[in-house]
Write a protein that binds this ligand. Structure first.
Ligand code: SAM
Length: 345
């Protein structure tokens, strides 16, 4: 009996279907905001199940749009749902849903890229980083246009334990273009291995849960979609600052098909390039002939530690940018050229 009552409290009163909401409020999808809606509640329920048990949970949903996924989150028992939506056209439909779940849903009109999520939830739900994850989840059928910058931003916040990670190891369940989902979860040596794989996997356990065919969305996007679940690691696999790790990984992957040495040497000014690259690779005990895709996370850890040591020993190295050096070199060359012309005249 008690169980039936519990289930009943998650049930929503009869509401217009999502299709009817779209018609009622004339919610034509805007391509500019990457709007592809999910109308099949079995699919939205399936996405929400990947987040785990949402009973009494605090949840932030990114881009609720007409509210299909939102309904599934409420049905799963979330007690405190904050939805962040950029497009004001969806607000009336979301208000209807909020009224159907009194006291359980708040609507914020805003841009998730700048929204201060840490202000959206009470401090008492926080757990220490090493503890079990807090009962706070981020869920979203993300707009393609913001999914990659958004996950990079959240990975950085995870590393610094800021934003929604001030509450501890907040879990994320998000959709990405299938190709991006594959990159996020690609293992060492695989074809899809990329910067994103390393940056995500050194900080989280990343799971590619399932693929949704493009035809399940309205309008149909040109690509299939992957649902990815992230649980931040209690002990990140690399213990250096995010920006330093990002620098190493970005350089390593600069020349994807070449030996990693080729990209890594660009971390150093031309005058010391040869010695410092040798020192880095020797210090990290990494084979210079590995391709970037073949470098494991523990080898990236060794590279980050060795690079950090080099930066301590060589002032200004951390700010070195080979593009700047190249630019200055070209400028000097041009200047020299015009001086010569001047002399001839
Ligand atoms: N959740 C809905 C669903 O599954 O049917 C809609 C998903 S649609 C792919 C993406 C949603 O994110 C749209 O409602 C869009 O207006 C919203 N959106 C786009 N950019 C956003 C941003 N920067 N911040 C918040 N919402 C955004």
């Amino acid at each position: 009996m008690a169980a039936t009552q519990k289930l009943a409290c998650f049930r929503l009163p009869p509401l217009p279907t999502i299709k009817e909401i779209i018609k009622l409020y004339n919610l034509r999808a805007e391509k500019q905001l990457s709007q592809n809606f999910l109308l099949d509640m079995r699919l939205t329920d399936k996405i929400v199940r990947q987040a785990g048990n949402l009973k009494d949970a605090h949840v932030c949903e990114v881009g609720p749009g007409p509210g299909g996924l939102t309904r599934s989150i409420l049905k799963a028992g979330a007690a405190n749902l904050l939805v962040v939506e950029k497009d004001t056209r969806f607000i009336p439909g979301l208000q209807l849903l909020s009224e159907a779940a009194p006291g359980r849903m708040r609507i914020a009109h805003g841009d998730i890229l700048t929204y201060r999520l840490e202000r959206g939830f009470p401090a008492h739900i926080a757990k220490t980083w090493e503890d079990v994850p807090p009962n706070l989840h981020i869920i979203g059928n993300l707009p393609f246009s913001v999914s990659t910058p958004l996950i990079i931003k959240w990975l950085e916040q995870m590393s610094n334990r800021t934003g929604c990670f001030m509450f501890g190891r907040t879990r994320l369940t998000l959709t990405f273009q299938k190709e991006v989902a594959e990159r996020l979860t690609a293992s060492t040596g695989s074809r899809q291995r990329s910067r994103l794989s390393v940056m995500a996997q050194y900080l989280c356990t990343v799971k590619n849960c399932f693929t949704i065919p493009g035809c399940a969305f309205v309008p149909k996007p040109n690509v299939d979609v992957g649902v990815v679940h992230f649980t931040p690691l209690a002990q990140p696999q690399i213990q250096q600052p995010f920006k330093l790790v990002e620098r190493i990984v970005k350089n390593a992957f600069q020349f994807r098909r070449k030996h990693c040495r080729r990209g890594l040497e660009m971390l150093f000014p031309e005058s010391q390039r040869r010695e410092l690259t040798e020192e880095l690779l020797r210090g990290a005990d990494v084979d210079p002939t590995l391709r970037p895709t073949e470098i494991s996370i523990s080898e990236f850890r060794a590279l980050a530690d060795a690079y950090s040591k080099l930066c301590e020993e060589n002032q200004g190295l951390i700010d070195y940018d080979f593009r700047e050096e190249l630019k200055l070199k070209h400028q000097a060359k041009r200047q020299l050229g015009s001086n010569h012309k001047g002399l001839k005249l």
